[in-house]
Design a binder for this molecule. Structure first.
Ligand SMILES: Cc1cc2nc3c(=O)[nH]c(=O)nc-3n(C[C@H](O)[C@H](O)[C@H](O)COP(=O)(O)OP(=O)(O)OC[C@H]3O[C@@H](n4cnc5c(N)ncnc54)[C@H](O)[C@@H]3O)c2cc1C
Length: 367
């Protein structure tokens, strides 16, 4: 089956019918993810992956966004880890972990953020030190998704006291390798099934994935792909919101005509549909440019636009349902909360503007 079709079926049969149950139990659907066939999207075929091009992968993430953006976010992060480990120089990582991650038998997590370092990744203090028995990591990470659930975390660390990013490295740390513990799970506005917590590393053994000096670049390259995934997820969320509003508004009558026959509603939905078209074009262009010098800025445009447009559309479509938009029977209140989450994950909308503005200024100065 084509990956996009597989993703649509996964959402239809495995995600939508079980979301309420996962939320009530506050339990990550590990077995469902494992059986999804979507855990090695960008990993090479010799590691068992699907080796999708980025535009093909984004079509998959749009489908996942129609189901649940928090689950899609976790799959985006896992796929970034699986792809990085599949391409690692370290034989043990590539040989041992890659196949398990790609098959979904093991889950991957990404630890960059720290309590004092969110948007400014160069302010991290978690420290990796090389000793006779290899690298050890000590520090505290915040907002670690799949906390207690992922088996292997890519941890971004400093390797010296030097300020700045020249010594930053990225290491792979096993959850069960010793020295790793988690705080109580964060209590969030939605997506209770996605565990997020602080992670404490206390002399935890790690394997070098991107050596000092290359760590920030490797992390940002992975984040660029993840930002593009999130733009695609936002497009899916927006498309879902419009579909729900159309279905409801085609049935419900007010003042003698269907809700969707009121011109004010039609124009608002038309604007949302234009945003969807624009979001898809921005995401496709960004996916095509990923890995080139223009990739980061193209991704920033798509990641800035998609979640903002999705949030606007989710609010509008909820209004089309009137009071019913607020009920759990319809997904719109959940879509509003998730669109808000998409604005923040993998770099806030403001940080995307920082990337775009920096490029504008560079061009203005002819550099
Ligand atoms: C659901 C969820 C899951 C997450 N999962 C992970 C994960 O698995 N791993 C991980 O490492 N991180 C994760 N994060 C963390 C996320 O990447 C950070 O929250 C995000 O990068 C922003 O950092 P912060 O919250 O500390 O905001 P801050 O950096 O404290 O920023 C606060 C506000 O100031 C704005 N701001 C910051 N700098 C500027 C500037 N230069 N100009 C203008 N405005 C600015 C920001 O946009 C924001 O509005 C997750 C976050 C969420 C919400």
């Amino acid at each position: 089956m084509e990956p996009v079709e597989a993703a649509a079926r996964f959402v239809r049969e495995q995600v939508r019918p079980h979301l309420d149950e996962w939320e009530r139990a506050a339990r990550y659907p590990r077995e469902v993810v494992r059986g999804s066939g979507l855990t090695g999207l960008f990993s090479p075929r010799d590691a068992g992956g699907l080796d999708l091009s980025y535009p093909e992968g984004m079509a998959v993430f749009e489908e996942l966004g129609r189901g649940d953006a928090a689950l899609a976010f976790s799959l985006s992060m896992h796929n970034a880890v699986a792809a990085a480990v599949s391409g690692a120089d370290d034989d043990d990582l590539r040989g041992g972990w890659a196949a398990r991650l790609v098959a979904g038998e093991a889950l991957g997590g990404f630890s960059l953020t720290e309590p004092q370092a969110g948007s400014d990744a160069t302010a991290i203090t978690t420290r990796a030190t090389e000793g006779p028995d290899g690298w050890r990591v000590t520090g505290r990470k915040a907002w670690v998704s799949l906390a207690g659930e992922a088996d292997l975390f890519l941890v971004v660390c400093k390797t010296s006291d030097e300020p700045g990013h020249r010594d930053i490295a990225m290491l792979a740390v096993e959850r069960e390798g010793g020295g790793v513990s988690f705080s109580e799970l964060y209590r969030k506005a939605s997506a209770d099934f996605l565990p997020i917590a602080e992670m404490t590393l206390d002399d935890a053994p790690g394997r070098m994935l991107a050596p000092p000096g290359m760590g920030l670049r490797a992390a940002l390259a992975a984040i660029d792909v993840a930002r593009c995934d999130i733009a695609a997820v936002a497009n899916g969320l927006l498309a879902e919101a419009i579909d729900v509003a159309l279905a409801y508004g085609s049935e419900r009558e007010v003042f003698g005509q269907r809700v969707v026959d009121h011109q004010g509603i039609q124009w608002a939905l038309a604007d949302a549909a234009t945003d969807l078209e624009a979001g898809r074009l921005l995401t496709r262009r960004a996916a095509e440019l990923l890995g080139t010098p223009e990739g980061s800025v193209a991704v920033a445009h798509a990641k800035r636009f998609g979640p903002d447009a999705a949030l606007r559309a989710a609010i509008l479509c909820s209004e089309v349902l009137g009071a019913y938009g607020w009920l759990h029977d319809y997904p719109l209140a959940r879509l509003i909360a998730l669109a808000k989450m998409l604005q923040v994950v993998d770099g806030t909308a403001e940080i995307q503007r920082v990337v775009i503005a920096r490029d504008l200024l560079r061009r203005a100065q002819g550099r």
